[in-house]
Design a protein around this ligand. Structure first.
Ligand code: ADP
Ligand code: ZN
Length: 210
């Protein structure tokens, strides 16, 4: 199955992507995680992306399209994948079409703006492996420590309140039009994000079936 997860920053795409990939045994591909890893490793692409990310702006289309083209060519993508955070603009969606990728379903995790702002302030990520947590909704077993690797949890710079508002603007302007794009193709399913992660997951898994 080839899936796209759409949704505002902080709507919980990443969390749902992890659930789906475990259940279907396909990789979850997050452009955000790939870019952050590049940044951490100090690659040229990472350095280029940094100023955009820190300002809450999108990284240029040609950069992320290149990332996805390479990633989808890898062996583990043969039986499908979950795209988390790509496409984020119409040109990115068109590039995916041009690569000949046949998407089965697009699931939007919908959360209203005011809840997004609340959620983002509580989001924490592992400084080492990138796993994501929340002070209220997805607490680690031990406060401030990653369940997966034991490293310290930190707040992403682009999760600071001013940047979150900018990211939401960018989402409404550049990413939301993708809903119409996939709706027209009959591929869009909307899942309303719930307070409890497990409740959202139940709805997401149901959306995969219809
Ligand atoms: P979130 O979904 O919470 O916004 P991500 O980790 O997906 O966070 O993305 C973080 C940042 O990485 C984005 O704000 C953007 O700058 C950049 N980014 C990730 N994916 C894309 C993409 N498909 N196109 C352009 N920029 C992207
Ligand atoms: Zn970790």
């Amino acid at each position: 199955m080839k899936l796209i997860l759409l949704g505002a920053p902080g709507a919980g795409k990443g969390t749902q992507a992890e659930v789906i990939c475990k259940k279907l045994n396909i990789p979850a591909i997050s452009t955000g995680n790939i870019i952050r890893a590049a940044l951490k490793n100090g690659t040229e692409m990472g350095l280029k992306a940094k100023s955009y990310i820190d300002a809450g702006q999108l990284v240029p289309d040609e950069v992320v399209i290149g990332i996805i083209r390479e990633r989808l060519a890898e062996d583990d993508c043969k039986n499908g994948f979950v795209l988390d955070g790509f496409p984020r603009t119409i040109p990115q969606a068109e590039a995916l079409d041009e690569m000949g990728v046949e998407i089965d379903k697009v699931i939007e995790i919908y959360v209203k703006d005011e809840d997004i702002v609340k959620r983002m302030s509580g989001r924490r990520v592992c400084s080492k492996c990138g796993s994501s947590y929340h002070l209220i909704y997805k607490q680690p077993a031990k406060e401030g420590i990653c369940n997966e690797c034991g490293a310290e949890l930190v707040q992403r710079k682009d999760d600071y309140p001013e940047t979150v508002l900018e990211r939401l603007n960018v989402y409404h302007e550049q990413t939301e039009p993708l809903k119409g794009y996939y709706e027209k193709k009959g591929k869009l399913r909307i899942v309303e994000g719930q307070e409890e992660v497990a409740d959202t997951t139940a709805l997401t898994l149901k959306a995969l079936e219809d």
